[in-house]
Every structure is written in C-alpha cells, then in structure tokens.
Design a protein around this ligand. Sequence first.
Ligand code: COA
Length: 289
Amino acid sequence: MQWNIRVLETPEEMREVEELQRLVWPGSETDVVPAHLLITAAHNGGLVLGAYGGHPPRLIGFVFGFPGLDMLPDGPAPKHCSHMLGVHPDYRNSGLGFALKRAQWQMVRHQGLTHVTWTYDPLLSRNAYLNIARLGAVCNTYRRSEYGEMRDALNIGLPSDRFQVDWWIRTSRVERRLSRNPRPTLRLEHFLQAGVKPVYEARRTPQGHPSPPSALPTLQGPLLLAEIPSDIEALKAADLSLARAWRFFTREFFETAFAAGYLVTDFIFEAETRRSFYVLSYGESTLGE
Ligand SMILES: CC(C)(COP(=O)(O)OP(=O)(O)OC[C@H]1O[C@@H](n2cnc3c(N)ncnc32)[C@H](O)[C@@H]1OP(=O)(O)O)[C@@H](O)C(=O)NCCC(=O)NCCS
C-alpha cells in the first residue's frame, strides 16, 4: 500500500481528521477532538500528521499530539504528549501506524525533545505489539480507569485502564527499532530456549476462549512473560465477563509487577498460534539504552 504523510494545518484538513475519528472510534460524537482544538494545538507546537492514500487521495490515518510537561523531582521538563493515532480500517496491518509514529518521532526530535508519552489499553494486543515491540516504548505506569466511563464503541464495557508508555526517542534502543533494518521478530521460543517460561498459563474455556488464572503468580527472576488475549475485541463480543476478568487480573498483575520494580520492555505476538505475551524486565537498566 502507498501513502504520503504530511503535516496538517488547514481547517479543511482538520475536518478530515474529525471525520476519520468518527470512523475509527464510532458512536460518541462528544469524544471527537474538534478541528478548532487541533488547529490551536498545531499553532502552538502540537503536531497533527496525516497520511493520504487511494484514488483520489483521502485521509487514511493520522497522529495527533501536543507539548506537555514531565513533573520531575527537580522541576518540570518538556515532552511531547501523543494523544491519538488512528488508521482507516481498510488500511490496517500494512505498516501505516508504524509509519505515522516514525514521522512523529522525526518531527519531535526536530523540536529538540527527548521524551514522548501516550496511553493505550494494555489488553489491545495489536497496539501493544506496535507500541512496545515495533516502536521500542517501555512502561511501568499503570493508570486505573484513566478516562472514566468511555462511550465510544471501542471502549464501552471495560474500565478504561491504561498503560502510560515512555518513548525515549534519542536512545539507541528506539533508533534501532525505527531503523530501516529493524531486529528480527522476537518469538516465544527464544525465551523458552533460554529457560524463561510464562509466569502463568492462560487457561481455555470449553468454548476455546482464553481465561486468566484465578490467583496472582509469584513474581521472581529478571524476566517475566505475561500472556494476554490476542483479540480482546472478539472476546468482549463473545464473553464480556471473561474480558472483564482479564481487565481485573492484568490490572493487579501489572500494578504488582511495576511496584516490585519490573518494566515492560518487549512484546511477543505469535500469529500462527494467536498468542500474545508482554515481556517484563527487572530494574530500569533498559530505559537509557
Ligand atoms: C492501532 C492502529 C493505529 C495500528 O495501525 P496499523 O496501521 O494497523 O499498524 P501497523 O500495521 O503499523 O502495525 C500493527 C502491527 O500489529 C500486528 N498485529 C496485527 N494483529 C495483531 C494482534 N492481534 N496482536 C499483535 N500484533 C498484531 C501487525 O502484524 C503489525 O505488525 P507488523 O508491522 O510487524 O506486521 C490501528 O489499528 C487503529 O487505528 N486502531 C483503532 C484505534 C486505536 O486503537 N488507536 C490507538 C490508541 S489512541
């Protein structure tokens, strides 16, 4: 697939971003970020990047963020706060989400910043794979019900818990992941061969749905592999109470792991077996790499 990515600035372009939001997050008009706010952000250091594709060209993806502040012990430090990434359903899984984040990375580096943050639902396997494995973001911040009860079709039914990820955009870790020759895909067998096993086994219901363990496992060792459903949207549609059980289990798991000093540093998605795992590392050694 082909597309062109460019900076969006005009009211007409921002209207297209409004339209695309309605398609990506259907069902809640009040959750659409309006053109006037996008323009104001864009005129004040914010970035709205759009991808155009098809014949005639139309907006097929966008990423939106604005400058923010990290509240550090020795005072506030500037960062980029990335708020939305959306790709038209017809163009998903073609690398466009990655390309938009890569363009954002280039622009934010030009602004002289080193840190980008954003939130995403840790149970969304595709987003996890993109954010953690492909882009090299890391996470040790869990936010319960970050946005309260959400009303759009993607979010309805589960508390809006989020990971807030850290993207250290000048590190060799991130540069390597964004280079034209990224590392080979990480696989479960790489860990199994090194003696690292998942810290819990997701069980299967009689209908074949993944089900979380009933108790929190013991967390020990330098690496943890934590399984999540590979398609939480399908699980929500098939069995909402099971999807909610995953939310509450993973909430407790990640909060405990982060408090104990673990950091999410990688993600494995095995397309053949449809299994997804977070990789957590003990300590903060990978943050600055
Ligand atoms: C999240 C989103 C922006 C990703 O865009 P995209 O263009 O599909 O992303 P990419 O194709 O660059 O990357 C997706 C990767 O996930 C992989 N993937 C697909 N299904 C997956 C799954 N179930 N689990 C893990 N990875 C999966 C794809 O193979 C691809 O990896 P690859 O490039 O190595 O092949 C898009 O799906 C979207 O708009 N979703 C709805 C809105 C949303 O959730 N926005 C983000 C939060 S604000």
